[in-house]
Design a protein around this ligand. Structure first.
Ligand code: G3P
Length: 231
């Protein structure tokens, strides 16, 4: 299973790419706007062109850091606007994948972009039917938001299992990219479900790296060694 990092914070990405287990990254308007605000305290004075310029810089830097697919989401909601933005974003780096929300306009846009060879990550997907249509439209990735389904007392992981089964039934090339990951068990359950990818916030990634029994065991190994051979 591939692991993507779910953030636009380049400092966090720099810190975690050194682990050698990150295969890509996902951003969205919430994450990218947060990173621009973090890097530029004077962001409120930015023009639209300045915002676009800084967004491109951050996305390029992320592409260079993760050396795998990096999802950048459009802001427009109409198909013409989404196509225009997508073509602009695609020029940033060969690793850029365009995030398109699952709406009727988004579905139309995904068909247009995939026929142009522009990879799409269909996002804000919450049902197996949305995932089925995303694959039919030629999306390279589909992002079911597991955590947000959990947040409203639905079994978020159920959709992953169903979508993996549907895609296997028809041999769709679309990769299942589990999004809205809330905790380490989402990672384990996604792997059990056969998802292709999970995108993990840095905080959850940090939790995956720690286990108290490993720490206790290592401390004991070292102290037992030192009891015999000294410091
Ligand atoms: O990439 C999608 C992901 O960032 C959404 O996560 O935590 O906002 O539901 P969350």
């Amino acid at each position: 299973m591939k692991i993507f990092i779910d953030t636009a914070n380049v400092d966090e990405i720099k810190k975690l790419t050194g682990l050698g287990i990150i295969d890509g990254a996902t951003t969205n308007p919430t994450l990218l706007s947060k990173e621009i605000a973090r890097q530029y305290p004077d962001y409120s004075s930015f023009s639209k062109s300045k915002i676009l310029e800084e967004s491109k810089k951050i996305l390029f830097e992320i592409c260079e850091l993760v050396k795998g697919p990096v999802s950048a989401e459009v802001i427009a909601t109409d198909s013409d606007g989404m196509v225009k933005e997508a073509e602009e974003l695609s020029k940033i780096h060969e690793n850029i994948v365009i995030k398109i929300p699952f709406t009727p306009e988004g579905l139309k846009t995904t068909k247009i972009l995939s026929s142009k060879g522009i990879r799409v990550n269909m996002t804000l997907v919450f049902s197996p039917s949305q995932a089925l249509l995303s694959a039919k439209a030629g999306a390279a990735f589909v992002s079911p938001f597991t955590g947000r389904l959990d947040d409203i007392s639905h079994w978020g992981m159920d959709i992953i299992r169903v979508v993996v089964d549907i895609y296997n039934n028809y041999g769709f090339d679309t990769e299942v990219l589990v999004a809205s990951c809330r905790h380490p068990l989402h990672v384990v359950e996604s792997a059990l479900a056969g998802a292709d990818i999970i995108t993990v916030p840095p905080g959850v990634l940090e939790k995956l790296l720690k286990h108290p029994l490993t720490d206790i065991g290592l401390e004991r190994f070292i102290s037992d060694w030192k009891k015999v051979f000294g410091e």
